[in-house]
Write a protein that binds this ligand. Sequence first.
Ligand code: ZN
Length: 481
Amino acid sequence: MFKRIIYLILIAIIGLAAVVLFNTFRFSGKIPVRQSLPLTGISDSAALHLSSAIQIKTVSFGDTLPVDTVEFRKFKAFLETTYPTVHQKLQRQVFSEFSYVFTWKGKDTTLKPYVIMGHMDVVPVEPVAEKNWLVPSFSGMIKDDTIWGRGAVDDKASVIAILEAAEQLLKENFQPERTIYLCFGHDEEIAGKRGAAKISAWFKEQKIEPELVVDEGGQVDTEHFKELKRPVAVIGVGEKGYVNIDLTVEKPGGHSSMPQQETAIDILNKAIMHIREHQIPANIPAPIQELFTRIGPGGSFINRMALSNQWLFKGMLIAQLEKTKETNALIHTTLVPTIVKAGIKDNVIPSVAKATFNSRILPGESSDDVVNFVIKAINDERVTVKKQTISLMEPSAMTSSDHPMFKRMEDITYKTVPAAIVSPYLMIGATDSRYFRPFSSAVLNFAPMTDAKGFHGINERIPISDLKRMVFYYRLMMTEK
Ligand SMILES: [Zn+2]
């Protein structure tokens, strides 16, 4: 009897190993290299234009702070003088004084249009961080074949490249097949309420449903997939949701010389700790699964084994992904305290303590799921939990990689980024394009920059070779129906 059990266990182990190995070997092979085309189309002056654009400080400081009208007016004038044909031939609409939509009528107006977007505002540079920059942060200096300064990557490179492409094509009297709208917001960094939100509302009013919306987001990565020895171009096909959750504790305070056992701050503190002790369970969203499917065959034996046998190794795979904050955010609805407030004086125990958690929600989950998780984790009725509705954004719908517009973007990306492996991807931050998702056929986030450096941080810069690769937009505008 005992022998028989051992025998059965042995057979089971051999069977399991055979299945694992079979899946691993089947999940291997060379990922085909698609032909790229030479980079022509973006003028040499594009770098100088980006340099000038960076020097205009179109900074978004904060939601409730006034817009720096002087700088945004300068930027408007800069666009008018730098891209005269665009301004002469295309109709420009102005939204909230500084956001623009240019309409480029297509040959066939029965076809649904393209929307190609970028944002003109940038985040500020903290005064204390200025000394860490290798060049002055708004200098737009061109050094080592690279353009330096705030906005070089996010997102003036796209704005400039889109306009360079349009200017060039308009000079050649080109007319696109479909109507193309070029949309430029001026407040993306503070949620786009005055720019993209208003622009998208106008589209809805006019009942214009774009076939394709292209905005910033996905890029070309050579640093995270080293074993492939090839660039991986990730195209964002959906965005995580966004919700703020407020916790409030009210408990009579008093004199700090005679503290109670537990104060409002103590109760809030415990609640914060309880939420942070656990994560909402992991879930690998569809675009990330597809990324694994596309890049997996080029990986090491161990990686191939794990990816092709997720029925067995999913736990290990998730543990691996949880090791860095970037990959952790791809598989979890995240939840982190960003504001804590209590107290007005050092010798008064406050009677109210408040905290705000910011959460980014995975597709397939909802803000209500987050609220329920928080209530359960805290398990203390003295803490009031409420979600904010003003900035609430549920996770977006996904554009399928089978969508013809994804295939088109994929094709142009292969032509523009030599030896690239292209994959769909999930956006973990929000962009202006989210306002278009509810009524557009496909919304895709991509610009062909490689390992973008310094956006929202120090030494933001883009190599001129990357700017040239933005000929991508030119190809997008030129594609047939
Ligand atoms: Zn941006």
